[in-house]
Design a protein around this ligand. Structure first.
Ligand SMILES: Cc1cc2nc3c(=O)[nH]c(=O)nc-3n(C[C@H](O)[C@H](O)[C@H](O)COP(=O)(O)OP(=O)(O)OC[C@H]3O[C@@H](n4cnc5c(N)ncnc54)[C@H](O)[C@@H]3O)c2cc1C
Ligand SMILES: *[C@@H]1O[C@H](CO)[C@@H](O)[C@H](O)[C@H]1NC(C)=O
Ligand SMILES: *[C@@H]1O[C@H](CO)[C@@H](O)[C@H](O)[C@H]1NC(C)=O
Ligand SMILES: *[C@@H]1O[C@H](CO)[C@@H](O)[C@H](O)[C@H]1NC(C)=O
Length: 539
């Protein structure tokens, strides 16, 4: 029985200018085109004929029959437990998929999507597994597609682009490029996945020079709902390319990110953490605001500020970085240099080493939430937001293992300007709004029984900050997907026009809503992952 006939990838040309998926689209025939003969898989053919709903068991068994037992992991095996415990957040690890499917190449992903359609078995996809909430990249009772075997990183011969498969974490990519003098715009912590970060936005050490990760993708190879793999670029399927620049998992599964490279001689840069005590907070807050405002004078420089509570001691941990291997090279850091710190790990090192160091402060295996909003750069608000955070998080000081942090990062004018490259992106922010900064709360804790206490306290922080920002005329509607909580309606925050356009792109490439209903997790076009929670949900 030969199940696997050929590796057919529809070329972009065959579908250009036509209705993307016809109303009489036949999934069985589409599978045959991808080399899978449904008639040769007894259970699947029965299902196709009788349209029963035994869904996921048939789907998983069919994938096993087509790709072999090595590509499928099922419940009750050590490999299954190892998989669920590999998520950064235990909120995701406690979700139990019917099976885990490990595709080796794009066409395997097409087949999985088509089999999901045929069996109506829902799916989720996992790249680096760093989304914090349940169901983002793991699905209860469905197929979790893990990209872990798709780890190619291929530099083009002219070194202008690097093709990166979605099983890569950013550290893998930086290591693969370590013997070159180029890099790509990606995450700042080693284990973060290429898939989630890039489809949601992506702030890198180099973003004030070149823009966000999503604005530095030359093209995406994407598995659409019909299983067809298209190359979306500024010139081919430009509407899909636009939507993928921050629209999340709503349009298809990206099986190759063709990333523009940028120079980074010897991979060397400067950066590290300086820690400041509470008496220095007013100066730190001012230095933060000025560095965001002055970014255009030296976009090599970047920062984030984490305001934390170390067992009752308030501290500010400021990450300072520079895109060149020079210490204190730029007057832009003078203001920070003048503030006495209690520790300082800034140093020259390679990008991969730096990302590895940052990994240490972000351990796996705890309950996690990220929750954020965006405001206009404003000194007063920067001072007050952290005070609100310290006031409201006192309520969870005795929650076992609770470690709340509030983090500020600039969306500088350089970052905003790059968002207009190659036809723009759907995020709904521009230099006319800016500079802006992101405020997000990150918190981990131990016990499920404390979830609602943690959510209530953090929600209050964001409600109060947002109220204050509105009163000062400094609120911006945008919610950054990669730092958003399950309670926030991210796509709505992109604005009415962008949301309408995203929905029209989705209805063109996915007319039956496969990526809305069969892939229910994460930020959907029409609702928050957990809608109507009563917690802070954005504008
Ligand atoms: C410790 C830590 C550090 C971080 N540092 C940064 C940073 O420096 N800059 C920044 O911008 N963000 C950062 N983030 C946020 C990060 O970008 C998000 O958590 C992101 O979702 C993680 O991507 P992932 O692939 O690891 O997640 P996953 O959980 O694997 O995926 C997240 C979502 O992306 C979708 N997705 C994944 N792969 C694909 C694909 N190939 N095609 C379509 N959809 C896909 C999935 O459906 C899923 O819903 C950080 C997060 C953490 C926890
Ligand atoms: C789809 O195609 C198969 C194979 O050609 C055929 O047997 C089946 O009836 C078709 N299904 C529908 C719904 O048209
Ligand atoms: C599909 O499988 C069936 C049953 O094994 C077989 O009769 C048929 O010829 C196959 N079709 C193709 C196109 O290979
Ligand atoms: C909660 O955490 C504490 C301390 O970590 C632990 O002793 C306790 O058993 C946990 N409770 C539950 C319900 O898990």
């Amino acid at each position: 029985m030969r199940l696997f006939l050929s590796l057919l990838v529809a070329s972009a040309a065959t579908v250009l200018g036509q209705t993307f998926e016809p109303a009489d689209f036949n999934i069985t025939e589409a599978l045959l085109e991808q080399g899978v003969n449904v008639s040769a898989i007894p259970k699947l053919s029965e299902l196709a004929e009788r349209s029963t709903t035994a869904g996921c068991s048939i789907a998983c068994n069919s994938l096993k029959l087509v790709y072999g037992s090595g590509s499928i992991v099922t419940q009750g095996s050590p490999a299954y437990d190892a998989f669920t415990s590999s998520f950064w957040s235990t909120r995701q690890g406690e979700v139990n998929p019917y099976c885990i499917f490990k595709p080796s190449k794009g066409v395997d992903v097409s087949v999985a999507v088509l089999i999901s359609r045929l069996t109506q078995c829902p799916f989720a996809v996992k790249s680096g597994g760093h989304a914090a909430f349940a169901g983002a990249s793991n699905i209860e009772g469905g197929i979790t597609i893990s990209f872990e075997l798709m780890k190619a990183v291929t530099l083009s011969s002219d070194r202008k682009t690097a093709s990166v498969e979605p099983g890569n974490r950013w550290g893998d990519v930086y290591q693969a490029l370590s013997s070159t003098d180029v890099t790509v715009i990606g995450g700042r912590v080693f284990n973060i996945g290429t898939g989630g970060l890039t489809t949601g936005g992506g702030i890198s050490f180099f973003s004030s020079i070149y823009g966000w990760a999503c604005d530095n993708v030359a093209s995406y190879d994407v598995v659409t709902a019909s299983g067809t793999i298209v190359n979306a670029s500024p010139t081919q399927f430009p509407d899909l390319y636009w939507a993928l620049r921050g629209g999340g998992n709503n349009f298809g599964l990206v099986v190759n990110f063709n990333l523009k490279t940028v120079p980074l001689p010897k991979q060397a840069m400067w950066g590290g953490t300086r820690v400041y005590t509470e008496d220095q907070f007013p100066k730190v807050s001012k230095a933060f605001s000025n560095l965001v405002a002055n970014s255009p004078s030296d976009p090599n420089a970047g920062q984030w500020v984490a305001w934390l509570n170390n067992g009752g001691t308030k501290l500010a941990a400021v990450e300072l970085y520079y895109a060149k291997p020079v210490a204190n090279a730029s007057p832009i850091f003078d203001e920070y240099d003048a503030i006495p710190s209690i520790s300082d790990s800034t140093q020259i090192r390679t990008l991969a080493e730096y990302a590895q160091t940052n990994q240490a402060s972000n351990p796996n295996g705890l309950r996690e939430v990220y929750w954020g909003l965006t405001v206009k750069l404003d000194q007063r608000l920067a001072d007050e937001a952290k005070d609100i955070f310290y006031q409201e998080t006192a309520a969870i000081a005795n929650v076992a293992g609770a470690n709340p942090v509030i983090i500020y990062q600039g969306i500088t004018l350089g970052q905003l300007a790059a968002m207009t490259k190659n036809g723009g992106n759907p995020l709904g922010i521009s230099t006319a709004d800016g500079p802006l900064y992101l405020i997000h709360i990150a918190c981990w804790w131990n016990n499920a029984s404390d979830d609602t206490r943690v959510y209530s306290a953090l929600s209050k922080v964001l409600v109060r900050i947002s109220d204050r920002a509105k009163a000062l005329g400094k609120m911006n509607d945008y919610i950054y997907m990669n730092y958003a909580s399950q309670f926030e309606d991210v796509i709505k925050s992109y604005g009415t026009d962008n949301k309408a356009k995203l929905k029209s792109v989705a209805s063109k490439y996915d007319p039956t809503g496969v990526y809305q209903t069969l892939q229910p997790g994460y930020f959907k076009l029409d609702h928050a992952p957990v809608p109507n929670s009563g917690y802070y949900s954005g504008i």
